[in-house]
Design a protein around this ligand. Structure first.
Ligand SMILES: Nc1ncnc2c1ncn2[C@@H]1O[C@H](COP(=O)(O)OP(=O)(O)OP(=O)(O)O)[C@@H](O)[C@H]1O
Length: 257
């Protein structure tokens, strides 16, 4: 890893064409952007525009057709949870493992010693406010708590970058708002770069330094918006004229995409 670029994400002329059963789907078309280290950037766009395809390439779970991707100064050659943490829409916890053991799981695969991985998992659970629930099993946790365990698992190896694909989509609105604030809290405390895929324009604006707007498939970037609202963000801001102006601007782009 090039320490000069820790946490920076650089996407250059990225194109992806999926091929399955002899059919080609042009998902992403010539996308370029940079996320400076430590920034919180959201990606929004119409359903099927290629947001998840983009994220899957950035976390090393899919390959591009052309173009380059680099995270923390090095190209992506496969999943690398030391460099890039990932959180998906479903928490995907193992039901037979406690919260702590779920967080420890990737560390166990790496052969990290029992004591060290317990220590790392507890620190990550502490960061998401769940240390007291470390020995609970997934069925004993609420949807929001499960997703917090999943975030803990995503950051347990202390990656510089966290990629999140609709992490709060399955949660009720109230829990979703609370989780957004908690994520901002974790982000502020850890200084990680976050790329956050969401369908919610309010969530994207509320959380981010910058919002990338994609067109309908094949996904291209149609707008890039700096969110200059002060931090900490507050619920009241979501009904301010500035917030509404930005939301309308994004909605116009998506509606006509
Ligand atoms: N593995 C795959 N094989 C073939 N086609 C795929 C594959 N993955 C995605 N696609 C297609 O690529 C396009 C983009 O899908 P993708 O899931 O990236 O969009 P999205 O913006 O995340 O959608 P949504 O907002 O509905 O979650 C879609 O037409 C989808 O059917």
């Amino acid at each position: 890893m090039n320490t000069l670029h820790r946490g920076e994400v650089v996407v250059s002329h990225l194109t992806q064409i999926h091929e399955s059963n002899g059919r080609k789907t042009h998902a992403i078309d010539d996308i370029s952007f940079t996320i400076p280290a430590g920034k919180f950037v959201s990606v929004v766009g119409p359903s099927g525009c290629g947001k998840s395809s983009l994220l899957m390439m950035l976390v090393g779970l899919a390959e591009q057709t052309s173009g380059t991707l680099s995270v923390a100064g090095a190209p992506i050659k496969g999943p690398d949870p030391d460099r890039i943490g990932v959180v998906f829409q479903e928490a995907n916890l193992y039901p037979w493992l406690s919260a702590r053991k779920n967080v420890e799981f990737p560390l166990m695969l790496k052969g990290i010693s029992t004591d060290k991985r317990a220590d790392m998992a507890l620190k990550a659970l502490e960061l998401v406010g769940l240390r007291e629930f470390a020995d609970r099993y997934p069925h004993e946790l609420s949807g929001g708590m499960k997703q917090r365990v999943s975030i803990a698992r995503g950051i347990v190896q202390d990656p510089d970058v966290l990629m999140m694909d609709e992490p709060f989509a399955a949660l009720d609105e109230q829990t979703r708002m609370v989780m957004g604030d908690e994520l901002l809290n974790i982000w502020e405390r850890t200084g990680k770069t976050v790329m956050f895929v969401t369908h919610s324009l309010t969530e994207a604006i509320y959380l981010s330094d910058h919002v990338i707007v994609m067109s309908a498939r094949p996904g291209r970037i149609v707008d890039r918006i700096d969110i200059d609202l002060p931090r900490p963000r507050t619920f009241e801001m979501t009904s301010s004229p500035e917030f509404t102006r930005i939301r309308n601007r994004i909605w116009e782009q998506i509606r006509s995409a």
